[in-house]
Design a binder for this molecule. Structure first.
Ligand code: FE2
Ligand code: FE2
Length: 310
């Protein structure tokens, strides 16, 4: 690393600290502001819920689908932020007796992820107050975190950057004019994005820093572990798509036959793969950072694995 890169990295950590202080928000005072959800509104925008893929459903039923997906959105974020926070705390160790600004940036990152988990627990509860009983999210964030953190730091940081970049795209989707979208859910996207923007910069800094200490062989193995992690995420999405489609079928107020139930489950999975895998993997910044760290053949391996999740 040359002197100019070194200065700019230090500066980037410092800017993350500054921005983190400037945008800092409170769950009640800024995001929720005494509001409740209204089941007359969509919770996720069509571009995320992939409303168009639910071809057999009426407009009202598509709105219900967006609400189920909104609740799952809160739960999935609560889940991934458990392992992201643990990894950030672990990485902060590298800075204990080094760059104190980098350490502060990671401590703030961790503090924000704890707050986000609390926000998403609240959102899950608040959505539960306006939707029919029977929704389930049975995946344990601690069990997932244990399994994810069993993989190499390189692989976990790759997945983390992917996730934190797609929150930016999700925010952009939510600000597109849509008069039926819940103002409260829009604010969840807005406030989450405000802090996630710094996280994505820090993920990149930490990933590149960590990568510099790896041998080619360690990186080769880490690429396979990243693919394993993406497949594990997909396993979670498959289970939740099935669960959410079943919940829809039993609570939508009409008979859904087996053939239609299958198309609804397939549409849920398509939407979840878009939200939690493809929208990050296709993010230009993810491709830019990843391609600098890996060989062409490693890139092809990742692309081939992603192509199986369509
Ligand atoms: Fe977050
Ligand atoms: Fe984050």
């Amino acid at each position: 690393m040359n002197a100019i890169d070194k200065i700019s990295d230090t500066d980037r950590y410092a800017r993350c600290v500054q921005t983190s202080k400037r945008v800092r928000w409170d769950i009640d005072d800024d995001v929720i502001r005494g509001r409740r959800f209204d089941a007359g509104h969509k919770f996720l925008p069509d571009g995320l819920s992939l409303a168009g893929a639910f071809t057999t459903l009426s407009a009202d039923e598509k709105r219900f689908v967006s609400q189920i997906q909104g609740r799952t959105y809160a739960n999935v974020f609560g889940l991934v932020e458990r392992f992201i926070n643990a990894k950030v705390l672990e990485l902060s160790h590298d800075h204990w007796f080094g760059d104190q600004v980098a350490l502060e940036a990671l401590v703030r990152f961790s503090d924000e992820e704890l707050k986000h988990q609390a926000l998403f627990r609240r959102i899950d509860m608040m959505v539960g107050e306006v939707l029919p009983d029977g929704y389930r999210f049975d995946i344990d964030p601690n069990a997932v975190a244990h399994s994810v953190l069993g993989k190499s730091t390189w692989a976990v940081l790759a997945l983390t950057l992917d996730i934190e970049l797609f929150t930016q795209l999700h925010y952009r989707q939510s600000i597109e004019p849509d008069t039926e979208l819940s103002e409260l859910f829009k604010d969840v996207f807005l406030y989450h994005w405000k802090e996630e923007s710094q996280h994505a910069i820090l993920d990149e800094l930490e990933w590149v820093r960590h990568d510099a200490g790896l041998t080619a062989q360690q990186r080769e193995q880490a690429v396979d572990e990243f693919i394993d992690l993406v497949r594990a995420v997909d396993g979670i999405l498959q289970a939740q798509a099935k669960s959410d489609a079943g919940y829809f079928a039993t609570t939508c107020g009409r008979v859904v036959d087996e053939a239609e139930a299958r198309t609804i489950a397939a549409a849920f999975l398509k939407a979840y793969r878009w939200q939690y895998i493809q929208s990050g993997a296709q993010h230009p910044q993810f491709g830019k950072v990843l391609s600098k760290l890996i060989t062409d053949s490693q890139g092809q391996r990742i692309q081939a694995a992603l192509a199986t999740l369509q």
